[in-house]
Design a protein around this ligand. Structure first.
Ligand code: ADP
Ligand code: ZN
Ligand code: ZN
Length: 827
């Protein structure tokens, strides 16, 4: 028989692929496919391509076509990286929506969407995974060579490996090594996710009394490491007789072997325990729980509203048991074979919720957030792709995972501003993106909050979303009683002790006497935010930014919170030589320090960006507080994030004024949310709670509304203001930042841009203005704000106009080197 098709290469069509490169370029790029690979290319797979002079990237196939590009001659793709697609059509659809809605590039969306390990580029770093145990005889020459090189230098760039092997494409080899678990691919190596088992150490009963301890220490005098470990244990055991093995190792810098030796000797008793935050609490959420009447009613309503609406807003006060409603809804969706995405604003929260959800969903629950290392993120990606997870809990970027049959998306604490990505592009809002994601999948979206965003509540009232209210705390828990303290008045009466009023101190002491816990909120981190010379007025400022430097006691340095710059504090004014340097303002470190001297017996912990860095930062602090190893937790807005602790009976707001008097149209709304959310941490289970708000203006409307728990009142006043002053939800905002190293250049360019924009948009263009912080990382900034009315306007047309104006601007030689940054729906 004659074969007509086999081997008859020239009848095969010439194919081209349009790819998305992980770069901020406006267009997709087209490459030619060698005939032999025609069957292998498909949308959503990665190919390796050269772009620019000698940079190589992995790019995502966006389209397969037989049309060559019109304007340039297509280069060949260098390789096809995947056997099966790693990006789904629904994801590409979401990427397109983000690029259009947020006026950014597909490549930028791809950058944000793919975990580093899935987007190789010449600059990507390769790190060896502990290769000691691997049988290298299984490897081929090239793989061997790479691992060999990694023995010598633990970190290599892809471009180094290109040189090492003398070939252009090394990605397939790296992919093999990665799949075998021998290398890590990374932009940054970060900490591993916390295991759920934890080893605890107790001292053997024999050494319980002081003589026993003394004899034990003496007997270990020849083994100084073991002695150190025992000393570290004794120190830690003051807080809790069961000390974590890891804490002992950290405190004494001893090795696991030292601990093992002590266990073998019978000095230490070791116990492996699965740790749950709910341990020790009387409430058992595992398996069965039953709703109370209010919950049942809300649950029924949510399901009814979902019959008609795709999005429902659950407005439920703090500790009303919203999480339990979520769990039931998730169970039902899973039972129908659907996937569920559970979004949380902040990783600080995920541990607590993950523990609760694990009780219900076990291994079918995946977790995805930025403190995972890149390999772990790639692993989650693949598990979602392969349907191994039914429920994924994650922060913002989890909206990018390759879901295939989403049935339900929950956006918990939907009002949180951390759902919005500030930098870099795409500057997307995960709640709004989730709503679109739900739309693509035909999934239902539940937004939940005790203090919904004004926009969301407006949409719910307008009938765009379904609205369900839950106005009662679960169980016997009551909303806390809120009182205010006038700082001014108390100072005059001599009733302020450092930053604390007599009233607050008394309540703290009462709580501690009753074995209860206290949370204190101060919305600044560090020790002293401002150092000013009393003689000449000089202020210590960052050399790169127009920002005052904050003194941090923990580092002993002055830090810039914008760019990370730090320097040693100087005892004399650099400008006039005076030694009268005054501290102004105070942050969490200072609150902690003052409290330590006022209440020397209290055990105080701190929850802010500085105290939670590194591996299990959040978990460490939150666990310690949950296990009552701290009496008082001092923190920034991190303490307001929906945490559930059983024994908190007093909350103190050290100073509410900073929150309220902030020049932003959302300031009141945000102050209300923060104060209501922080207050909501008190009295969550049975016991009642007290909240004390200290302020110079305690009769301020917002504080009054917080006291009366009057969300709707706050909403009504805000909506009126927003309507009057042309803000969302009535107007859509676009913020354009113009940046350059030279102030004059940015001034001129910003004015030119404003003129151009006014040609099409007229009085909708506000500015340019110098923002509050006018220089960051040596770049001067001017901001232009566009306010576009939503009624009767085609946003698509407005966006087209903005886009073409910006292109126009960039094409003008006078604007060369000026950078534009656009933020749609800025926060
Ligand atoms: P919210 O998310 O609304 O702030 P939570 O879901 O955290 O409230 O509930 C507050 C507390 O009440 C939690 O400790 C939770 O375990 C408990 N709780 C809520 N509903 C139930 C229920 N139906 N059965 C048992 N415990 C519940
Ligand atoms: Zn001076
Ligand atoms: Zn700086």
């Amino acid at each position: 028989m004659l074969e007509f098709t086999e081997g008859n290469e020239d009848v095969r069509a010439t194919l081209f692929v349009e790819v998305i490169l992980p770069l901020a370029i406006s267009k997709t790029y087209t490459y030619r496919v060698p005939n032999a690979w025609n069957d292998q290319v498909a949308i959503g797979k990665r190919v390796i391509v050269q772009f620019g002079k000698n940079k190589v990237y992995s790019a995502i196939i966006y389209r397969v076509t037989d049309q060559p590009p019109g304007l340039y001659e297509a280069k060949y793709i260098l390789d096809v990286l995947d056997d099966t697609r790693i990006v789904e059509d629904t994801q590409l659809q979401l990427w397109e929506w983000i690029a259009t809605y947020y006026l950014c590039r597909l490549g930028e969306v791809m950058q944000a969407a793919l975990p580093a390990a899935l987007k190789l580029a010449s600059e990507t770093k390769i790190i060896a995974v502990d290769t000691g145990l691997v049988d290298r005889s299984e490897l081929n020459d090239k793989e061997y060579l790479i691992l060999d090189a990694l023995d010598i230098s633990p970190e290599l760039k892809v471009s180094d490996i290109v040189k090492l092997l003398g070939q252009k494409t090394v990605f397939p080899i790296l992919k093999r090594l990665f799949d075998k678990g021998l290398i890590m691919i990374s932009e940054e190596v970060s900490a591993k996710y916390k295991p759920r088992m934890k080893a605890f150490i107790r001292l053997h009963g024999e050494y319980a009394d002081n003589t026993g301890k003394k004899l034990l220490l003496e007997s270990l005098s020849k083994a100084p490491k073991q002695q150190d470990a025992v000393l570290a244990y004794l120190q830690l055991a003051r807080l809790n007789p069961d000390a974590a093995k890891s804490d002992i190792m950290e405190a004494s810098s001893c090795s696991a072997a030292t601990i093992t030796a002590l266990v073998d000797k019978g000095v230490f008793v070791l116990e492996e325990r699965a740790i749950s935050r709910l341990d020790g609490e009387p409430i058992d959420v595992s398996g069965d729980f039953t709703f109370n009447d209010a919950q049942s009613k809300a649950f029924g309503e949510i399901k009814n509203k979902f019959e008609e609406k795709d999005v429902v807003l659950l407005h439920g006060i703090t500790a009303s048991g919203k999480t339990q409603l979520y769990i039931r809804l998730i169970e039902e969706a899973v039972a129908k074979g659907n996937n569920v995405l559970y979004l949380l604003p902040e990783i600080a929260l995920t541990a607590q919720i993950t523990e609760r959800l694990r009780l219900h969903f076990g291994n079918q629950l995946g977790v995805y957030h930025s403190r995972f290392n890149d390999n772990e993120r790639a692993e989650v990606w693949h598990k979602v792709l392969n349907h191994e997870y039914q429920v994924v809990i994650g922060a913002r970027s989890a909206v990018f995972l390759p879901f295939q049959s989403l049935g339900l998306i929950i956006v918990d604490e939907e009002h949180e501003t951390s759902y919005k990505q500030f930098d870099p592009a795409p500057r997307y809002h995960a709640r709004d993106t989730a709503i679109y994601l739900g739309h693509i999948h035909g999934a239902k979206v539940l937004l939940g909050s005790a203090t919904p965003a004004v926009e969301s509540y407006y949409n719910a009232r307008a009938g765009k979303y379904g609205l369900v209210e839950l106005n009662q705390r679960y169980g016997d828990a009551q909303l806390p009683e809120i009182t205010t303290v006038s700082i001014g008045e108390e100072s005059r009466k001599g009733n302020m002790f450092s930053y604390f009023s007599g009233t607050l101190l008394q309540e703290i002491e009462k709580a501690l006497a009753q074995q209860q816990q206290v949370i204190l909120f101060q919305n600044r981190r560090g020790h002293t935010p401002l150092l000013q010379c009393k003689t000449c007025g000089y202020i210590a400022k960052c050399i790169h930014c127009d920002v005052s430097l904050t003194y941090h006691k923990s580092s002993g340095k002055l830090h810039c919170h914008y760019c990370g710059f730090s320097e040693e504090p100087v005892p004399v004014c650099p400008a006039c030589g005076s030694t009268h340097i005054e501290s102004k303002g105070f942050g969490t470190e200072r609150v902690e320090e003052e409290l330590e001297s006022l209440l020397p017996n209290a055990r105080i912990g701190r929850l802010d960006l500085d105290s939670t860095r590194g591996k299990h930062g959040f978990d460490r602090v939150l666990n310690a507080f949950d296990e009552h190893r701290y009496d008082i937790l001092v923190g920034t807005q991190m303490v307001a994030k929906g945490l559930d602790f059983g024994k908190v009976s007093v909350i103190g707001i050290i100073n509410a004024d900073g929150l309220i008097n902030y020049p932003d149209f959302r300031a009141y709304e945000r102050a209300f949310s923060l104060l209501a959310q922080v207050s909501g941490r008190a009295g969550r289970r049975n016991s009642s709670g007290k909240v004390i708000i200290q302020s110079y203006a305690p009769s301020h409307r917002i504080i009054q509304q917080v006291m009366e728990n009057d969300y709707v009142g706050m909403f009504m006043t805000e909506v009126t203001e927003r309507k009057n002053y042309a803000y969302p939800p009535f107007f859509r905002l676009f913020k354009i930042d113009v940046k350059h190293k030279e102030q004059q250049t940015v001034h001129d360019a910003a004015h030119r841009l404003a003129v151009l924009l006014r040609e099409g948009l007229g009085s909708r263009v506000i500015g340019p203005e110098v923002p509050l912080v006018s220089r960051v990382r040596n770049n001067y900034i001017y901001s232009i704000m566009l306010k576009v009315e939503r009624m009767g306007t085609s946003m698509a047309k407005v966006k087209e106009l903005i886009k073409s104006t910006l292109l126009n601007f960039e094409a003008n030689k006078a604007n060369k080197g000026v950078r534009l940054q656009i933020d749609v729906d800025p926060y």
